[in-house]
Design a protein around this ligand. Structure first.
Ligand code: GUN
Ligand code: ZN
Length: 418
C-alpha cells in the first residue's frame, strides 16, 4: 500500500482537466485504491510530495526503438534521412548484444521522461523485436511492440524474404501478444514503399483473423505519396492499405499529413487511428498535420514522439510541439494533456485501465518536481504543456512498480512548505 499527498492533474475528457490541490492518492497491488482530499486525521502516514505534481503516466503512440541512438542526425526530407541515417542504424540491431543494449537504453530513457506506455517499431529482425520484449518485460514497461516488415525497396541488409517475414511475424505474435498483461504484439508493415502487395495483404488478413493491432506510416511526405501511387497504380495512398485490409479500428497510421477529403472519409468510416508526430513533421519538413480537418471527420488522433525523427522521447515536449506545429488551430493545454494521457489510452483501447487517476485503474503515474511553489492551480496545465519538459521528473510508476526514481530529489526544496 502506498499513499501520496500531492497535487493531482487528472484529465476528465478531451477538453476538461481537474487539478486537485492537496489530495491523497493511494495504490495497492498495482491499482489506484483511493483518491480524495488530504485529511490530517487519516493521513499522518502518507508520503508528503507537495513539492511535486502527480499526473497519469505519459503515453507515446508512435516511436522507433532501434533509432534511439540517431536522434538529431539531420537530413531535410524523409527518403534521404532513411537512406543516410535510419537504415544503417537499424542494420546494427541484427546483432543480439547491440539489440539488447539499445532496448535497455530506450526503455530507461522512456521511464526517465515519464513515458509509461509506448507503441514501438523495432528494426526488421526477429532478434531486435525479441530483445525489445525481453527488456520491456524485465524492466516493467507497458508497450505494443512490432518487428518492422520490409521486403522491397530497401538496402539488402534489411530486406526480408516475404515468406520468412510472415512466418516470423506469426511466431512473434503467438509468443508475445498475450504473454504478459502489460505487453502486446503489433503487426508492423513499415510503409507501403517497403512492403510488397502480398506482404500487406497477409497483414490485413492475419489482423482480421486474430484481432491483431497494426501500425504503419501513411502519407508523411509528398515524394513518398507519389512513389506509392505510382508503384501500386492506385489513386490514393489510403486505398493501397484499404484494398489489402489494413484499415481497422486497431490500426495506427503515423503522420497522415497529405490526405484528401475522400481519404479522411474512408479512414473515419473504418475507425482508424492516426498518430500526430509534430516534432518529426518539423524535423523532416514533412508538412503540417491537418488536425482540424481530421477532427471534424471524427477520426481519433493520438500524439507520438516518432523518435528518431522526433528528437526526444519526452512527451511533454511533444505536447508543446503539437501546439506549435498547428499554425491556425490552437490546441489548448487541457486537450494536449488529455492527448498524452487519457486520449492516447483510449486510442489503444486502454481507457478503462490507464490514462487517468481514478479508483480501480492501474497505477501508472509520474511525479514531477515543481520548479516553484504553486501559485494557484489555474495556470498549471499551461505551464506543464509549454515548460513541463524542463521539470525534473522524480518518479515513474507502472502498474504500481517504480521503474524510475530520480536520485538527489529527496526532500521538498521549496520554502513555505511544511
Ligand atoms: N517512414 C518509413 N519509415 C519511417 C521511419 O522510420 N520514420 C519516419 N518518420 N517515417 C518513416
Ligand atoms: Zn515513424
Amino acid at each position: 500500500m502506498r499513499k501520496i499527498r500531492t497535487t493531482l492533474v487528472n484529465p476528465l475528457n478531451r477538453d476538461r482537466l481537474e487539478i486537485l490541490g492537496d489530495h491523497v492518492i493511494s495504490c495497492q497491488a498495482g491499482v489506484i485504491s483511493e483518491k480524495r482530499p488530504y485529511d490530517p486525521a487519516l493521513d499522518s502516514d502518507c508520503e508528503d510530495r507537495r513539492d511535486c505534481v502527480l499526473l497519469p503516466g505519459l503515453i507515446d503512440v508512435h516511436t522507433h526503438l532501434s533509432q534511439y541512438r540517431i536522434r538529431g542526425l539531420f537530413e531535410p526530407a524523409l527518403f534521404p534521412w532513411l537512406d543516410k541515417h535510419v537504415y544503417p542504424a537499424e542494420a546494427r540491431s541484427s546483432d543480439p548484444a547491440y539489440a539488447r543494449g539499445i532496448a535497455e537504453e530506450f526503455f530507461a530513457a522512456l521511464f526517465a521522461a515519464g513515458t509509461t506506455t509506448s507503441v514501438i517499431f523495432t528494426a526488421p529482425f526477429e532478434v531486435s523485436c525479441q530483445k525489445a520484449f525481453e527488456a520491456a518485460s524485465q524492466m516493467g514497461a507497458r508497450a505494443y511492440i512490432g518487428m518492422s516488415l520490409m521486403d522491397q525497396n530497401c538496402p539488402g541488409q534489411l530486406r526480408q524474404d516475404t515468406d520468412n517475414a510472415i512466418a516470423l511475424s506469426k511466431d512473434l505474435f503467438q509468443r508475445f501478444d498475450t504473454a504478459s498483461p502489460l505487453l502486446r504484439y503489433i503487426l508492423t508493415p513499415r510503409f507501403a514503399v517497403s512492403c510488397s502487395s502480398r506482404l500487406l495483404s497477409w497483414v490485413g488478413s492475419f489482423a482480421a483473423d486474430n484481432a491483431a493491432w497494426i501500425q504503419t506510416h501513411l502519407s508523411e511526405n509528398e515524394e513518398e505519396v507519389s512513389f506509392v501511387r505510382g508503384a501500386f497504380k492506385t489513386g490514393t495512398y489510403t486505398q493501397v492499405y484499404q484494398e489489402r485490409g489494413l484499415l481497422t479500428p486497431r490500426s495506427i497510421f503515423a503522420h497522415a499529413i497529405h490526405l484528401g477529403e475522400a481519404e479522411m472519409g474512408i479512414l473515419a468510416s473504418h475507425r482508424c487511428k492516426l498518430a500526430y508526430c509534430p516534432d518529426s513533421n518539423f524535423f523532416l519538413k514533412s508538412g503540417e498535420f491537418p488536425y482540424r480537418d481530421i477532427s471534424l471527420h471524427g477520426i481519433d488522433i493520438g500524439i507520438g514522439s516518432d523518435v528518431a525523427a522526433g528528437t526526444t522521447p519526452n512527451m511533454l515536449y511533444h505536447a508543446k510541439m503539437a501546439n506549435f506545429r498547428q499554425s491556425a488551430h490552437p490546441l489548448l493545454p487541457a486537450r494536449l494533456i488529455w492527448h498524452l494521457t487519457l486520449g492516447n489510452a483510449a486510442l489503444l483501447g486502454l481507457e478503462d485501465r490507464i490514462g487517468s487517476l481514478e479508483r480501480g485503474k492501474e497505477a501508472d503515474f509520474i511525479l514531477l518536481n515543481l520548479p516553484k511553489p504553486l501559485d494557484g492551480e489555474n495556470d498549471l496545465a499551461s505551464e506543464l504543456c509549454f515548460c513541463g519538459h524542463e521539470y525534473q521528473l522524480r518518479e515513474t510508476v507502472i502498474a504500481g512498480r517504480t521503474v524510475f526514481l530520480s536520485s538527489g530529489l529527496s526532500s521538498p526544496r521549496h520554502h513555505g512548505l511544511t
